[in-house]
Design a protein around this ligand. Structure first.
Ligand code: HDL
Ligand code: ZN
Length: 415
């Protein structure tokens, strides 16, 4: 190890990031053993809802979004390829650039006229081998999934049982059970939980049994829910009662975090389907109320509005049980990652989780992490340079330790 002040900070940061086994704390990835949930390959990659939304802005004449939606996935992928990658403009959006990065990482020609080469090179690849290849190339050690026992496809997979891949950790996702109450009642009843439409004491205890049963069954490392920008706590709404009566006390009882991803305005344009959601600003005094009332619960928090990021950092300074994570969704773009990471370091030091990929398709790890670290690395290097310039005898070990703390999954992984 070199002596303080004698090494290149940016080289040390780059090395530490490339050597750090990354723990990706929020994804929609699943192991191949979970069958249809495990998405990979060109047709999935090109029909990512980010790209569908971007393609919907310039579909070929005669193809409406409604018509596009009815096409088989390979045809949709071909149209998106032609529209966004072979068309008359360069693929410079983050999602478009991502596809180019993936194809380059796989040794494919990103200026190909069609997807035939990409499809051909996947044809005889075993999914498990591809998981190993992608994790290795992306420097990812493990990912946290988004698991919903009430999902019509995922539920039966858990009921049948499957050999777990330890690289895919479970997270109990609560949107379908609790959002839009009493929408989840029927499926919860079908799973054997005797809940009613009324949020009675019986319903509360049955919901807590559901959370406990499935956190046990999945070995879920945290519980997560995405919430709208008008979520208020305390509040008279069903979701406020369910969060305060069911989720937070269960998180406390199990000593696992409650993750809240706040600011989604669902389906502002339904014709775009999974690409039809937008965002809104959340009044973070609600987060202060939650963190103050549940001071012994850790809250993993990510918010969707860029305008809320600075306030989230300040809220985390007031409440040590608020753990900001990631540059989520519409924020997962270099220009915003740089701003968010800088203000988090300035206000929180290293006590936050800089990024998650939110990947839905396995191939996406090949771009989401390299793109993010290409921005986060220099931000960290500038901060360590300032630290050294201020007179701190910085060592490479300091940098390695800090990056392990921010990207290594922390106590979420504790067995
Ligand atoms: O609710 C979520 O977990 C979001 O990440 C949504 O899945 C969103 O559609 C998404 O994929 N963002 O990247
Ligand atoms: Zn997500």
């Amino acid at each position: 190890m070199s002596s303080p002040n004698s090494f290149s900070v940016s080289t040390a940061v780059t090395r530490a990031l490339s050597e750090q086994p990354i723990v990706d704390i929020h994804t929609h990835l699943y192991p191949p053993r979970m069958g249809p949930l495990s998405l990979w390959g060109p047709d999935e990659l090109l029909t990512y809802h980010y790209l569908k939304a971007e393609a919907s802005r310039q579909l070929p004449p005669g193809i409406s979004v409604k018509h596009f939606n009815g096409l088989p996935k390979p045809e949709q992928a071909d149209i998106i390829w032609k529209t966004l990658f072979v068309g008359d403009s360069s693929p410079v959006s983050e999602a478009q650039l991502g596809v180019v990065t993936v194809m380059a990482a796989l040794g494919l020609n990103p200026r190909a006229n069609d997807l035939s080469e990409f499809r051909a090179c996947r044809a005889d690849l075993k999914p498990e081998d591809y998981v190993d290849q992608v994790f290795r190339k992306a420097g990812v050690a493990s990912v946290f999934m988004t698991n919903d026992p009430l999902d019509d496809v995922e539920g039966p997979i858990w009921q049948e049982g499957f050999d777990r891949d330890p690289r895919f950790r479970a997270v109990l996702r609560l949107d379908s059970a609790l959002m839009g109450w009493p929408g989840g009642v029927e499926k919860l009843n079908a799973l054997g939980y005797n809940v009613d439409k009324e949020i009675s004491q019986k319903t509360v205890s049955e919901l807590r049994r559901y959370l406990n049963d499935w956190c046990d069954r999945m070995d879920a490392r945290y519980m997560a829910i995405s919430l709208p920008p008008d979520f208020t706590y305390p509040g008279k709404s069903s979701i406020a009662k369910l969060m305060g009566g069911v989720v937070y006390p269960t998180a406390r009882e199990r000593n696992i975090p409650s993750a809240m991803m706040v600011g989604v305005r669902r389906q502002v344009n339904p014709v775009l389907r999974d690409g039809g959601d937008s965002l809104g600003s959340w009044d973070l005094t609600n987060l202060e109320n939650i963190a103050r009332e549940w001071s012994d619960v850790t809250f993993l928090i990510t918010v969707l509005s860029r305008e809320d990021q600075h306030e989230l950092c300040v809220a985390a300074r007031k409440f040590p049980n608020i753990l900001p994570f990631g540059c989520w969704w519409f924020l997962n773009n270099p220009s915003i990652i740089e701003e968010i990471t800088s203000e988090r370091l300035e206000l929180l030091g290293t006590s936050f989780i800089p990024q998650h990929s939110d990947a839905r398709i396995l191939d996406q790890l090949l771009y989401k992490w390299p793109h993010a670290l290409k921005v986060i690395g220099p931000v960290l290097a500038r901060k360590y340079g300032a630290l050294r310039d201020a007179g701190w005898p910085l060592t490479e070990g300091d940098i390695k330790r800090d990056i392990g703390r921010m990207f290594g999954g922390g106590k979420l992984l504790a067995d």
